[in-house]
Design a protein around this ligand. Structure first.
Ligand SMILES: [Zn+2]
Ligand SMILES: [Zn+2]
Length: 281
């Protein structure tokens, strides 16, 4: 399984020369597999536009599974700019969790229509399917996907993707705050993430910034490192970079994580998610 980052930025796109290393597009990841031509896409932030153009070039017929963590703009805004949706040669299955059960299709229809966009959802020619899934397992061919709810205002889900004994977890927009009502959820999330090979987790804030952003649904890089260590993750990728964090700031955050890990004498690797980066599992 191979993962490629097409968008790593949280909240809003950040163009500009001080953002070139980690990238300015909002969340979008592509996963491809050795034994299948199916394409998995995680979230439809602005990074999906460029991915769509590449997918159109690469394949004649496209079988896409588009996994959505939630419906905040930064994870959804790329949908009407995703070229394969305009093609009859594309079959796209959307997988997501709505607050109202069975409402995924309507939620997406309502997100692409006037006055927010010039044309409505029916303009797409692709064959489309919709799977409402908030928890539990899903099998697509030989690939197993587990879904769990995470701690984010309005709700969000995370995905674990398993193929040939390797696993990847995409857990963005998750506040690792286990106080109050969330106390019991730490154990559940650690179980979900146990021994993961590649852990992609929200690390939007520094610890200082987090103090004034409690309840906004995001985590600090220190919490992300501590949680990934508790899970026994092999590699951690810090994701959903804050729009105020330029390349230099993210370099500093990654360096702090390395210092933390050396204090724990932990073997876990830690990276800052970078647009264009690829990992093979
Ligand atoms: Zn977000
Ligand atoms: Zn969000």
């Amino acid at each position: 399984m191979k993962v490629r980052f097409w968008g790593t930025r949280g909240s809003i796109p950040t163009p500009g020369e001080t953002f070139l290393k980690y990238g300015g597009n909002t969340p979008c990841l592509e996963i491809t597999f050795d034994k299948s031509d199916d394409i998995f896409i995680l979230d439809a932030g602005t990074g999906i536009r460029q991915l769509g153009l590449e997918v159109m070039n690469r394949y004649d017929r496209m079988k896409i599974h588009l996994f959505l963590t939630h419906f905040h703009w930064d994870h959804l805004q790329g949908i009407p700019f995703f070229a394969p949706l305009y093609s009859e040669k594309c079959e796209c299955t959307f997988i997501g969790c709505d607050t109202v059960e069975g409402n995924l299709k309507k939620r997406l229809h309502d997100s692409v229509c006037p006055p927010y966009f010039p044309v409505d959802f029916d303009v797409f020619k692709a064959k489309m399917n919709f799977i409402d899934q908030c928890e539990g397992d899903l099998n697509i061919g030989d690939i197993n996907i587990s879904v769990t709810e995470v701690n984010h205002p309005g709700g969000a889900i995370a995905f674990k993707i398993n193929e040939t004994e390797k696993s990847l977890i995409y857990m963005t927009d998750n506040e690792l705050d286990f106080s109050g009502n969330n106390k019991d959820s730490r154990e559940k999330l650690v179980d979900f993430c146990e021994e993961v090979d590649l852990f992609i987790h929200d690390a939007q804030y520094t610890s200082d910034e987090y103090r004034s952003k409690k309840g906004w649904g995001h985590s600090s890089h220190v919490e992300a490192v501590n949680f990934a260590l508790a899970c026994g993750a092999k590699r951690l990728t810090l994701f959903h970079h804050d729009p105020e964090h330029n390349d230099k700031k993210i370099d500093d955050i990654v360096a702090e994580c390395h210092t933390l890990l050396s204090q724990h004498t932990a073997s876990m690797e830690c990276f800052g998610a970078r647009e264009g980066a690829e990992f093979t599992l």
